[in-house]
Design a protein. Structure first.
Length: 287
C-alpha cells in the first residue's frame, strides 16, 4: 500500500480542486503502486503447413493428458498449404506436447513428445514420410518424424472377393511380433563453456527415469570432452529423438526446458553457456 502525505493548508479549497486531487490519488494508487506482475499462463507458437494439403483440424495436447482437447482451427477455419498462423497455448508443467492433424482428405498426422515453449516455430512437410521441423525460441532446428494414417486406401476388387469365397478352408495365422533391430550410438560431448559440468543425462521419457550420469567426476571447461557409446536392442531403439540435460557445478542447467536430439546419427555436440538466456545451449552436429 502506498501512503501519500499532503501538507495541510489553511486556505479554502474549492470542490473542483478536491475532486481533482481524489482522481490523481486514485491514478497514482493504481499505476504507481502496482508492484505485482500478472502471472503468465499462456505462450504463443507459429504453425506452418507445407504439405501440399489443407489442414482442417489441429489438436495440441500435453503428452501427459489422455485427451486431445478442442480443435484449434475450430469448425470454420482451414490452414491452407503454404500458410501459417500463430497459436496460443496454455502453459504445461512439462512443456512436452502431442500434435494431431487431419487434412482435407481425412488423413491423420501424429507427432508425439514435441517440446514447445514461447516463440517455437513449427513446420509440417513431407520428406520420406511426414516430418515436423521445430525451430525458433533460441533452439537449434530439430526434425521429428511423425505417424501418417491414410484413410482413403483402395479396397479389394470384387474379383478378388470371389476368389476368396471359392475356398472354404480356414487357415489360422499366428502373428509374429516384429523383431527389433539393435541400434548403437557413438558421439563426443565437448564442454565449450567456462564452467565445470558435473552431470549429463540422456533419456527418452522422464517417466521412465533419466538414467545414469554420463560424467565421472567433472567435465572440464574450455574444451573438455567425453565419449558416449552404447547399443540398445529393446523398444528404446525405435525412438529417434532423446532428451539431454546438463547441470554444472553451480547447479545451473539447460537454457531451454527440453532439448532433444538424434543419438543414432549424432557425431558430436558442443555445450555453451548463454548469458542472455542464463543457461546452457547445445550445438548438435550430425554425420
Amino acid at each position: 500500500m502506498c501512503i501519500y502525505i499532503m501538507e495541510e493548508k489553511m486556505k479554502k479549497i474549492s470542490t473542483k480542486s478536491i475532486a481533482l486531487t481524489v482522481i490523481l490519488l486514485m491514478i497514482m494508487t493504481l499505476s504507481g503502486c502496482a508492484d505485482e506482475t500478472p502471472e503468465i499462463t499462456t505462450f504463443e507458437i507459429s504453425f506452418e503447413n507445407n504439405t501440399n494439403y489443407d489442414f482442417h483440424n489441429i489438436f495440441i495436447s500435453p503428452t501427459a493428458s489422455d485427451v486431445w482437447g478442442h480443435d484449434i482451427l475450430g469448425s470454420t477455419n482451414i490452414l491452407k498449404n503454404n500458410s501459417s498462423f500463430n497459436i496460443t497455448l496454455d502453459i504445461s508443467e512439462s512443456d512436452i506436447f502431442d500434435i494431431r492433424i487431419i487434412d482435407n482428405e481425412q488423413d491423420e498426422y501424429i507427432f508425439l513428445r514435441v517440446p514447445l515453449n514461447e516463440g517455437t516455430e513449427l513446420s509440417v512437410y513431407f520428406d520420406d514420410g511426414i516430418k515436423l521441423s521445430i525451430s525458433g525460441a533460441s533452439r537449434t532446428e530439430t526434425i521429428i518424424s511423425g505417424e501418417l494414417n491414410i484413410t482413403n486406401a483402395d479396397t479389394e476388387d470384387e474379383d478378388d472377393e470371389d476368389i476368396y469365397e471359392e475356398d472354404d478352408s480356414i487357415i489360422e495365422v499366428t502373428p509374429v511380433p516384429d523383431e527389433i533391430e539393435p541400434r548403437s550410438f557413438d558421439f563426443t560431448i565437448y564442454n565449450e563453456s567456462a564452467y565445470e559440468i558435473t552431470q549429463i543425462f540422456i533419456f527418452f521419457d522422464a517417466d521412465e527415469g533419466v538414467g545414469d550420469n554420463l560424467v565421472s567426476g567433472v567435465l572440464s571447461p574450455d574444451g573438455g570432452s567425453i565419449q558416449v557409446t552404447g547399443a540398445i536392442d529393446d523398444s528404446r531403439a525405435e525412438i529417434d529423438w532423446w532428451f539431454l540435460i546438463v547441470i554444472d557445478v553451480d547447479g545451473d542447467g539447460n537454457a531451454n526446458a527440453n532439448d532433444i536430439f538424434d543419438p543414432w546419427n549424432l557425431n558430436y555436440l558442443n555445450i555453451r553457456w548463454d548469458s542472455g538466456l542464463d543457461g546452457y545451449i547445445f550445438e548438435f552436429v550430425y554425420h
